[in-house]
Design a protein around this ligand. Structure first.
Ligand code: NAD
Length: 316
């Protein structure tokens, strides 16, 4: 099976490359290497790599030459705070980039796996049939991408599935995100900023579990536009998460309450029609903490990033 992974140098995409390697598949990774995409994430994996932008027409030539059976699209602008600070790239990559990949799929006939998010449902408990009700520029761009996948399925018969994971955590996640930011700042004896009162609820899934479940879905997909929610089934408030992390690290995390970010969803909560087992949150946090503790070389060059350094980085 020939697989191309778009955004394979990012957090979840690189975990999926490892999952494919475990199955003796050497994928083609296509990635623009934005601030979030790093070849360091692919260290030790077997893959071919081409640097390209999913918004660029040249993507079609690359895919025509490679002749994939399946294309899995992780390429996205993925950080809500950045989308509040500067939304434009979210529209071009998450919407227009998706349409560009769909155009290639309808012309070349490969099967398309679209990686979406629980955030498209907004702050509610949702099943796969629930309406989309996004709150942030990020989730609005992801919901728009999903709508185009549906339109290409219906209009052109593009074979696809849409996968909506909940909050992922694990090794190689960019330090702008809540868990790596909390781990790294604690390792540096810095406070961890908590938005609002910290009572927002998130459902967490370990990244290797996500990668494995996506592979299992690919094997059983009917490619008729099925939607699959991927919750971790482990929902905690942000404050509870920091308490759990403190137990893993072996010290209380120093918390600083800061202004809540605008439009902040109070809760994400999905059910799923799938059955699978996941790593427990305490076990996953332990593995994640150990990885960051042992791989300072990976995150030390990233410490000047505004979205790691600042307490309220979305503020212009
Ligand atoms: P990430 O930000 O770590 O990685 C995104 C990757 O896409 C990077 O390698 C980046 O270089 C690449 N990229 C960005 N724009 C590109 C472009 N125009 N052309 C080519 N490559 C480009 O993101 P992630 O956390 O790995 O998320 C992957 C996917 O999963 C995204 O679609 C995201 O919306 C979705 N998702 C993430 C989470 C999470 O908790 N991380 C949860 C649910 C869904």
């Amino acid at each position: 099976m020939k697989v191309a992974i778009l955004g394979g140098a990012g957090f979840i995409g690189s975990a999926f490359v490892r999952e494919l390697n475990n199955r003796n598949i050497k994928p083609l990774v296509i990635d623009l290497l934005t601030y979030a995409g790093r070849l360091e994430n692919l260290k030790g994996t077997k893959h071919e790599f081409i640097k390209a932008d999913i918004r660029d027409y040249k993507l079609h030539d690359i895919l025509r030459e490679f002749k994939p059976d399946i294309v899995v699209n992780f390429a996205a602008e993925s950080h809500v705070d950045r989308s509040i600070y500067r939304p434009q790239d979210f529209v071009t990559t998450n919407v227009m980039g998706t349409v560009n990949v769909l155009e290639s799929s309808r012309r070349l006939g490969f099967k398309y796996v679209h990686i979406s998010t629980d955030e498209v449902y907004g702050e509610r408990c949702a099943d796969e049939l629930s309406p989309l009700n996004p709150s942030s520029p990020y989730s609005a761009s992801k919901a728009s991408g999903d709508m185009f996948v549906k339109a290409y399925s219906r209009t052109y018969g593009v074979e696809n599935i849409i996968v909506r994971p909940s909050n992922n955590y694990g090794p190689r996640q960019f330090p702008e995100k809540f868990i790596p930011k909390a781990i790294i700042r604690s390792l540096m004896n810095l406070h961890v900023p908590v938005y609002g009162d910290g009572s927002q609820e998130r459902d967490w899934i370990y990244v290797e579990d996500t990668a494995k479940i996506i592979w299992d879905l690919i094997k059983k997909a009917e490619w008729k536009g099925e939607v699959y929610n991927l919750p971790g089934g482990q929902r905690v408030t942000n404050l509870e998460l920091l308490k759990l992390l403190g137990r893993v690290i072996g010290k209380d995390i120093s918390i600083k309450f800061v202004d809540d970010r605008p439009g902040h969803d109070r809760i994400y909560c999905m059910s799923t029609k799938l059955k699978y087992e996941v790593t427990s949150l305490s076990e996953g946090l332990k593995k994640t903490y150990e990885w960051y503790n042992q791989n300072k070389w990976w995150w030390e060059p990233l410490l000047q990033d505004k979205f790691f350094k600042e307490d309220e980085p979305w503020k212009v």
